[in-house]
Write a protein that binds this ligand. Structure first.
Ligand code: ATP
Ligand code: ATP
Ligand code: MG
Ligand code: MG
Lengths: 251, 251
């Protein structure tokens, strides 16, 4: 049975995609098998791994025909890491009508097809509160919440945690917070102040590992590579390996 | 007649709110009057100016009762700058049913009440493609598109530009691109590479002014202040003043 982890936060640009891609790649390095599902119509996780966006297959197919989930899978160049890519039509998979109880259970309906094939399934979410994150929260076992060490990102933390609580009571009673991850951490007074405040409030929910701001992490996607293929000696690579150890320990 | 400018980009964390807040504050410094409309349920522009979020009034009222628009206005501590604040219920203003032609014209319906009161109206958008950005694109005269000098942000540029084109042909024939703004620019090889590529592709759409990465811009919102009140000598303050000169010149 695969462990399903959603990477979600409605605040934009906090490192959701960078974390989803590099956490998956780190897990694959430990000889476990991992599937990354790109539920963001922007498709950054897809191009970040050098995969072509798929208009009809990929995540669009997964949500519109959950029983054909395995047809949506594409192999990446990282051994042990597969992806369900995003594509231009993914935005059309959102129902024209309300986000009803039935619509948010599409991803969950694809679980029986996938759960025996992988050790981990990681779902990258867009920066919104609609159909795609709701599907992830209804289906996953836990949510990893990346947060920048900045003021606006802190404001959004209460919102995503309350959305997790309501998904837990409405659709998915097993849903837990996997952890809160400090990203783009810089050794400055301001970053420290925010980091201390988050750790003071949320204590053991916050990972020991903080991801430093590291230009290699921003450069790697332009080469279609996870950080380990782009620059395995970088501080970003070491930090994501440390994070994977913490995530795997909880498993 | 006020000039309405939307600040929009579905890519998250590119500096939409930081630009909306500080552009408004710069315009107010030139003794013109300016209204900032916070259409993001996260409400970062509202707290960034030290204003309390409004559950029932503010942007929720503006979209549900456009003819009562003036009741939604709150003064800020910056002379000449008012705001229509966001709030926790703003997400509820989104219609339960489809984004129809009628729903996306709510903001536009409030225009007659506001357009004679201000020289400029700036609309901050959330990082999504749904109801709120669609209202902004259907109502505004032009769109200012902030973009980080990073790979993923570049990917999203084609998407927002194509959304502007389709808003122009479906709802708002006068809609133009106000400009593309390079944000969080650092004098590094990678930033330069992206900046050059954006300028090569989009030439005269790109502002001369690039906003440098400057910690004062990230600190100011935690004090509820625009950059001029927080640190008027900072590089961030100077850059937004330069940007305002370019925006006002086009007016
Ligand atoms: N630790 C880091 N150091 C330096 N740059 C980073 C780091 N993490 C992410 N980035 C860069 O910051 C930008 C935002 O990160 P990313 O796109 O992963 O965030 P996101 O939360 O997925 O954004 P969105 O809300 O649009 O989905 C990207 O350009 C990315 O390359
Ligand atoms: N030029 C800059 N220098 C340093 N930090 C910046 C700069 N511009 C913005 N920031 C910081 O980067 C983060 C992202 O900026 P901001 O929140 O304005 O982006 P956004 O596009 O409005 O995000 P969202 O997509 O969530 O609405 C914020 O924490 C902000 O304080
Ligand atoms: Mg992302
Ligand atoms: Mg914003």
């Amino acid at each position: 049975m695969a462990r399903y982890i959603a990477v979600a936060n409605q605040k934009g640009g906090v490192g959701k995609t960078t974390t989803a891609v590099n956490l998956c790649a780190s897990i694959a390095l430990t000889r476990r098998t991992c599937l990354l599902i790109d539920l963001d119509p922007q498709g950054n996780a897809t191009t970040g791994l050098g995969i072509e966006k798929k208009p009809h297959n990929g995540a669009y197919l997964l949500l519109s025909n959950p029983h054909r989930a395995t047809d949506a899978i594409v192999h990446t160049q990282c051994k042990g890491l597969d992806i369900v890519p995003s594509g231009p039509r993914l935005a059309d998979a959102q129902p024209k009508h309300a986000v009803t109880a039935d619509n948010v259970l599409r991803l969950k309906a694809s679980k029986p097809e996938l759960t025996t094939l992988y050790d981990y399934v990681i779902v990258d979410c867009p920066p919104s509160v609609g159909f795609f994150p709701a599907n992830a929260l209804s289906c996953c076992d836990s949510v990893l919440v990346p947060i920048q060490c900045e003021y606006y990102a802190m404001e959004g933390l209460a919102q995503i945690l309350s959305r997790i609580r309501s998904a837990k009571s409405n659709f998915n009673p097993h849903l837990e917070v996997e952890g809160i991850l400090l990203t783009m951490y810089e050794p400055s007074a301001f970053s420290n102040e925010v980091a201390e405040e988050v750790r003071a409030h949320f204590d053991d929910l916050v990972y020991e590992t903080a991801i430093p701001r590291n230009v290699a992490l921003a450069e790697a996607p332009s080469h279609g590579q996870a950080i380990f293929d782009y620059d395995h000696r970088s501080r970003g690579a070491r930090a994501y390996l440390e994070l994977a150890k913490e995530v795997l320990k909880d498993g």
